[in-house]
Design a protein around this ligand. Structure first.
Ligand SMILES: *Cc1c(COP(=O)(O)O)cnc(C)c1O
Length: 232
């Protein structure tokens, strides 16, 4: 465990250095950016070590795994982000531990989330996931449909529209993709000034995300190591 702690400490310092470099290159302040440690496939013991090292935001993409880890790590004062495709039958569970849901991509999900948030007496921060790639594959609503979905979310009881999220499509310059995300974010913010979150940037594209206005980075591999390909 000692070794793992040192490994995570070194990786965190390296990621922190990359984030600071990206901020310097973009002329931004580090304080504008929230680093989310994406801990999927890694055990709760790693989450605990990261918390001890100062990480306060954690991201997960599968409810079953996230719910168990959130329960195991209760009391550490962590903020949990749900970043994966969300089925409506998992909404009740996700609403019970997630402070921010990054992956709202359809009206039916808005309805389900609103119902459960009201039922739980909670206000849940939500992001519209925007699909930046050609066709299907990595999820999200089409950029031209994002403002309408944002309008629906903004009106939904129990939910707070906080902004947008995207994953850069494979095979394209992430900077170009994130520039399109930023344009969508700005359109939405014209009508919803409080929707100032841009969740973009993973281990491989931190500088491009920061250059294009990202406020939240979701970093897994660079912090925890490569995930085993057969575990999802
Ligand atoms: C797994 C995942 C990440 C983290 O990706 P890394 O390349 O490991 O940093 C970020 N966002 C989403 C939506 C993910 O599923």
């Amino acid at each position: 465990m000692r070794d793992r702690r040192e490994e995570l400490a070194a990786a965190l310092a390296e990621v922190e250095r990359r984030v600071e470099d990206a901020c310097a290159a973009a002329g931004r302040s580090r304080s504008e950016i929230t680093l989310i440690a994406v801990t999927k496939t890694y055990p709760a013991s790693d989450v605990r070590l990261l918390a001890e090292l100062g990480v306060s935001n954690v991201g997960e993409n599968r409810d079953q795994e996230a719910a168990a880890k959130a329960a195991e790590c209760a009391g550490l004062g962590l903020t949990w982000h749900f970043i994966g495709q969300l089925q409506t039958n998992k909404v009740r569970s996700v609403v019970s531990y997630a402070r921010m849901i990054h992956s709202v991509d359809r009206a039916r999900l808005v309805d389900a989330l609103s119902r459960e948030a009201v039922r739980a007496g909670r206000e849940v921060d939500c992001l519209i996931q925007v699909g930046l790639g050609e066709g299907a594959g990595r999820g999200g609503v089409a950029p031209e449909e994002a403002p309408a979905l944002a309008g629906l979310l903004a009106k939904a009881e129990g939910l707070r529209l906080r902004g947008v999220m995207a994953v850069a499509p494979l095979g394209e310059d992430p900077g170009a993709a994130f520039a399109r995300l930023r344009a969508v974010a700005e359109r939405i913010r014209e009508e919803h000034p409080a929707a100032d979150v841009i969740s973009a940037g993973m281990s491989g594209d931190i500088p491009q995300a920061v250059m294009n206005g990202a406020t939240h980075l979701r970093v897994g591999t660079a912090l925890l190591g490569r995930r085993k390909p057969f575990v999802r």
